[in-house]
Design a protein around this ligand. Sequence first.
Ligand code: XBP
Ligand code: MG
Length: 252
Amino acid sequence: MKIKALIFDVDGTLADTEEAHRSAFNRAFEHHGLAWHWSPNEYARLLKVTGGKERIGAYLNSLTLDAAERQALNTRISAIHETKTENFAQLIRDGQVPLREGVTRLIDEAERADVTLAIASTTTLANIQTLLSVNLGRRARDCFSVIGAGDQVRHKKPAPDIFEYVLKELHESAADCVAIEDSANGLAAAKGAGLFTVVTPSQWTSGEDFRNADLVLTSLGSSPHPLRDIDNHFSLAREWGRRVGSTATGEK
Ligand code: XBP
Ligand code: MG
């Protein structure tokens, strides 16, 4: 049974991006004259809400404001988020957001093994394009056959929509693909789409519940310490899924 495609999440999986996102949000608030500042603890709590615009909205709803003030601020969310996205892109261009350990190695091995690569993320397409072009250079243009991002679907993670969208664009079935995620929201989305899901928790998600994951790895391994026979891990786990009749591999 050959894996047809690897579908990567972005934030926390391809790269440890959330500290840069947090900084980009805070700079955007300052730029827009808002006395808001998200501390690491506050941001870890807000990360449960996927999507930057939705996250700002959730924060806004937590504030004590009169109706007129709340309404006025609600109308500014898109503009604030646009500034934030520009700030984030600048941090990537400044080299602040490298790919996570083992990502390039796995991309190289997947290409050699003729395994298709795709992305399914809640973040904006602009963020993904900047992250890939800065870190992968020219190969970023055609490395990923399908990129599913942010507002391309109505319901963001933990809904399965973005993974279902990517599978449809790939013309592949979930049973033949593997998702790589970092968060409980991402895991729920990938499993909801019936995918065998590998989780590599990030510093922001390490305390979350990954019991429903098919494989939890600290990282994807790199040349000093590669994850040996990673395919066997997958095939072992997939075999386990078949034998115990679980939905671990997403096969019904
Ligand atoms: C993680 C998210 C995103 C980022 C912020 O996405 O939930 O909202 O935190 O990026 P992923 P935006 O699915 O890649 O883990 O401000 O562009 O939403
Ligand atoms: Mg993520």
